[in-house]
Design a protein around this ligand. Structure first.
Ligand code: ADP
Ligand code: MG
Ligand code: MG
Length: 902
């Protein structure tokens, strides 16, 4: 046997042979059982069948060669170690068969306990337990139930139903009141259910039970819910699961036995202490199944002080060993403690920061590691306002937290009504079974969106996230009746106009208005909380980790800001300049009049007059922004959108003209506007007369903007400030476009700047694929590149963003064409490749070329890592995302391996 094992592939590992680094091969559960075994902790002996065996089984449809023999050998040695044999009628060895993949997939896959029991060994088990018949029959009925359900697909409810009936007949609701006879009767009932559904008797042969259970665990990898879960969590489909065969220990032997779960710190807040639940006289799955009420773990101290103390000792040891919050499962068998599982525990965003900070204080990890353990998505979560729920308001329903935030408002059921009420200044929550593209206007008007169907990739969820709007999806307790304009939930009926509150982070839904409170983390960033003198542990941890991230990062972080107020706020959030100052808002409001004059100008003189009137207004805008960003670079983008966006819509003008004519009023101006709008109409405005094309076609337009920028910079500098303007030309696709604009701009700058000492850079956006592909040429005329990844994504994919996200992205996500919208996170393979090419060729042509990125991707965690890796100088994002980008830039700089923060 031994010689044979050395030549064939090894599919089975004893717990003593593994360790926590072998998660790929042994799965998380198996690797950690091995680790605990090797730490000398009390783990029931057992072995792990590898994920490779599962992969082989799933691809070929049969167990790989050698597996059966290896299982046999490990089982024999387990039997020797335990002094019991599987199926021995007098003193049977029982085992559990437990799934366990690399990443935990809670509730997705299967476990069978008490494998090895049959009609004869159930008697032996009772004898060995000192004549405890009740325990033996309880264990047997559990086996038939779990085996039937998970291995043979017998509907679980039938077993539950039979159990309820037995309790009912006894006049009790507590399963502990069932005695040995009741449970024996239940075993008979269970066997009948089993036979009815499978057409065969419950298998009495223990080895057959074991083999079928192992196979069922393999198969559970491809159960539909497991597939869906993996898709949602982006877990690769080909990993497979390991199978752990563990000798049973019994928490259902009597009041001195029991089972529990625990965390080494509070996974909600991160606070130190003991958090867990314990259930006496029960087997593992009872704790989570909520069969009886558990007691807080602290009460175990009264019930069994020795085990309690030992458990606390082990928990401390595990934390020290894993250097992190651990969660554990344990069982006490007649006063003897057994460890059944541990893993680094999941936690909330707040707990992640607090725990990382504590572990640094405790000397268990360093600041690099602390930074590695938190992420930008968690920080972003902490920056949303939260509901203030001091008096423990219970939610009426819980769905999926699809898009974070906290929103309260009046319920509406149609998009049209949402728009109406919002126009009256009301906050509304749009409630639907599920949304579709027709709901877009309503979604825009609403404060939040609540649906009773659909998951994280449903239409509602995808669109809401794109808009940054709070959304709870899949709250399936809601019975939504759109025609009747109401929904019911838990005995309540909620009609149009009633107020509800939804939490897009937790997925919870509340009746009535829940007060919203600002985030302490935002208050800290805004400078109103002093981190050194505050005892809020979260703020202290955030401060500490952010400080470290700032010291570690290479990427600079700028902001997108168009006004002095935005600039000031972003600066408080840590922005190191403006990466994108759009100038189009400077053409709105009461300046529309001037823009209309510009567009309608009959000749050069009229046009020049209009531009001359705009000049001082623009200059004042820039002065304000340069002052706020004193000493820091400000990238100003010359006007980008098609000019007809500044004119009223065609329909409205047509109506105005008709009405005015009817009344016999003078319609000359309206008619002129109307014909201009008709003339300027474009089929694809996104690809039409915009960006640099405007500058080349409309004489004096860019010149006016360049002059305003240069004059503002000179004015600020003369006042003792330091303005560092960078003029950015949008939508360039060919170097000649840029050269033309540049030649004119340089003349104006030289004339305005004179000897003031002001320096003005001229660069371009890289947002048209052709620009990326000819970056070497373009760099000859540009002092900097800024990647406009929104447009670059639109044009690389041929997606019109405003149309596609609502129309069909849900389908693309469902099909896995992309795992996340390419507008949310940069498509590294395609769009990212263009960025890489442009960066390399640009820098080759002009060493020292400044490279940055503006657009949503600048604040997206994964994208920030990508931009770091490509070697850009900075990212620019909306003010609110600045802290997220700082944190992720720090994480990117310290990450040595591909981060695995799942
Ligand atoms: P899950 O991954 O769903 O938690 P587990 O494999 O951990 O499934 O098992 C389900 C329950 O059964 C857990 O409470 C576990 O502690 C318990 N359990 C598993 N194996 C044994 C065993 N050998 N002896 C006693 N209880 C066990
Ligand atoms: Mg478990
Ligand atoms: Mg653009």
């Amino acid at each position: 046997m031994a010689t044979q094992e050395t030549v064939e592939h090894k599919y089975v590992y004893d717990f003593a042979e593994g360790n926590k680094e072998l998660k790929d091969l042994l799965g998380g559960k198996g690797a950690n059982l091995a680790e605990m075994t090797n730490l000398g902790l009390p783990v029931p002996p057992g072995f792990t069948i590898t994920t490779e065996a599962c992969q082989a089984y799933l691809t070929t449809g049969r167990e790989p060669d050698g597996l059966a023999g290896q299982i046999e050998a490990h089982l024999e040695s387990l039997e020797r170690e335990m002094g019991r044999r599987l199926g021995d009628p007098g003193d049977p060895l029982l085992v559990s068969v437990r799934s366990g993949a690399k990443f935990s997939m809670p509730g997705m896959m299967e476990t069978v306990l008490n494998v090895g029991l049959n009609d004869r060994s159930v008697i032996g088990l009772s004898t060995q337990a000192g004549g405890n018949d009740r325990f033996a029959w309880d264990s047997y009925r559990r086996l038939i139930q779990m085996f039937g359900k998970t291995v043979c697909e017998v509907p679980g409810e039938e077993f539950e139903h039979a159990l309820d009936e037995a309790k009912h007949a006894k006049g009790t609701r507590n399963d502990l009141d069932l005695d040995a006879d009741d449970l024996r009767g239940l075993v008979d009932a269970y066997k009948k259910i089993f036979a009815k559904h499978t057409g065969r008797e419950f298998p009495q042969e223990p080895r057959e039970q074991l083999d079928l259970a192992i196979r069922a665990v393999f198969d559970s990898w491809n159960a539909e819910r497991a597939i869906l879960y993996r898709r949602q969590e982006r877990i690769p489909a080909d990993l497979g699961t390991a199978v752990n065969v563990v000798s049973m220990v019994f928490g259902n032997l009597g009041p001195d036995s029991g089972t529990g779960v625990a965390f080494t710190r509070d996974p909600g807040s991160g606070a130190q202490g003991i958090y867990g639940d314990y259930l006496a006289n029960a087997q593992g799955e009872d704790v989570v199944a909520g069969i009886r009420n558990t007691v807080p773990l602290q009460e175990l101290e009264q019930l069994d002080k020795r085990s309690y103390d030992e458990l606390l000792g082990i928990m401390a040891r595990l934390e020290e060993h894993y250097k992190d919050l651990c969660d554990i499962e344990f069982t006490i068998e007649r006063g003897k403690l057994w460890m059944l599982q541990t893993r680094v525990g999941k936690r909330t965003a707040a707990a992640a920061f607090v725990i990382a900070g504590q572990l640094v204080d405790e000397g268990l990890i360093d600041l690099d590691e602390a930074l590695h353990r938190v992420n930008g998505a968690q920080l972003a979560q902490l920056m949303f306002p939260r509901f203030q729920l001091d008096h423990d308001v219970p939610p009426v329903a819980k769905g999926i937290g699809a898009s974070p935030g906290a929103a309260s408002g009046k319920v509406v059921f149609t998009s049209a009504r949402a728009v109406e009420l919002a126009a009256e200044g009301e906050s509304v929550i749009l409630v639907r079974r599920e949304t579709n593209p027709d709901d877009l206007n309503g979604m825009i008007a609403a404060k939040g969106i609540l649906t009773s169907r659909g998951g994280k990739t449903s239409h509602a969820a995808v669109v809401a996230r794109g808009m940054g709007k709070t959304c709870v999806s899949g709250a399936d307790e809601l019975e939504v009746n759109v025609p009747a304009k109401k929904f019911t939930v838990g005995g309540h009926t909620v009609g149009e106009g009633d107020v509800v509150s939804i939490d897009g982070t937790t997925g919870k839904v509340y009746l009535g208005e829940v007060p919203v409170m600002p985030s302490e983390v935002v208050q800290y960033f805004e400078g109103s909380l002093d981190p050194e003198h505050i005892d809020n542990p979260l703020v202290r941890a955030v401060h500490r980790i952010m400080t470290h991230a700032d010291a570690a990062r290479r990427l600079r972080v700028r902001t997108n800001a168009d006004t002095g107020a935005d600039a000031a706020r972003a600066r408080r959030f840590g922005a190191e300049g403006i990466g994108l100052c759009r100038t189009e808002h400077m053409f709105l409001g009461d300046r529309r009049e001037l823009v209309e004059r510009l567009i309608l100008a009959a000749g050069a003189q009229e046009r020049e007059d209009a531009l001359a009137a705009l000049l001082p207004l623009q200059r004042a805008d820039f002065v304000e922004i340069f002052r706020e960003m004193d000493g820091l670079p400000v990238t100003v983008r010359l006007i980008d959108p098609p000019l007809h966006e500044f004119l009223p819509p065609l329909e409205q003008l047509a109506v105005n003209v008709a009405v005015a004519q009817e009344r016999g009023e003078d319609v000359a101006k309206e008619e002129a506007l109307l014909s201009a709008v008709r003339r300027m109409h474009e089929e694809n405005p996104m690809l039409g007369l915009r960006g640099v094309r405007l500058g080349l076609v409309i004489p004096g337009l860019f010149a006016m903007q360049v002059r305003a920028i240069a004059e503002a910079a000179v004015a600020v500098t003369r006042d003792g400030g330091t303005a560092c303007p960078e003029i950015m030309v949008p939508l360039v696709g060919a170097v000649q476009e840029l050269e033309t604009v540049r030649a004119e701009a340089e003349k104006i700058i030289a004339e305005v700047v004179g000897d003031s000492g002001v320096e003005v850079l001229i660069g371009t956006m890289i947002e048209v694929p052709r620009a990326a592909l000819t970056a070497g040429q373009i760099a000859e005329a540009a002092e900097f590149f800024s990647f406009g990844t929104n447009d670059l994504t639109q044009m690389a994919w041929g997606f019109s963003r405003d149309d596609v996200e609502g129309a069909f992205f849900w389908r693309y996500l469902e099909l896995g064409i992309f795992g996340i919208s390419p507008f949310e996170s940069i498509d590294a393979d395609g769009v990212g490749r263009l960025v890489r090419i442009a960066a390399e060729e640009g820098r080759a042509a002009r060493p020292g070329l400044k490279l940055g990125v503006c657009g949503e991707h600048g604040g997206d965690p994964d994208s920030v890592h990508f931009f770091h890796e490509v070697g850009l100088d900075y990212v620019s994002c909306s003010p609110f995302r600045v802290p997220v980008a700082r944190l992720e830039a720090g994480r990117a700089a310290i990450s040595t391996t591909g981060s695995d923060s799942r």
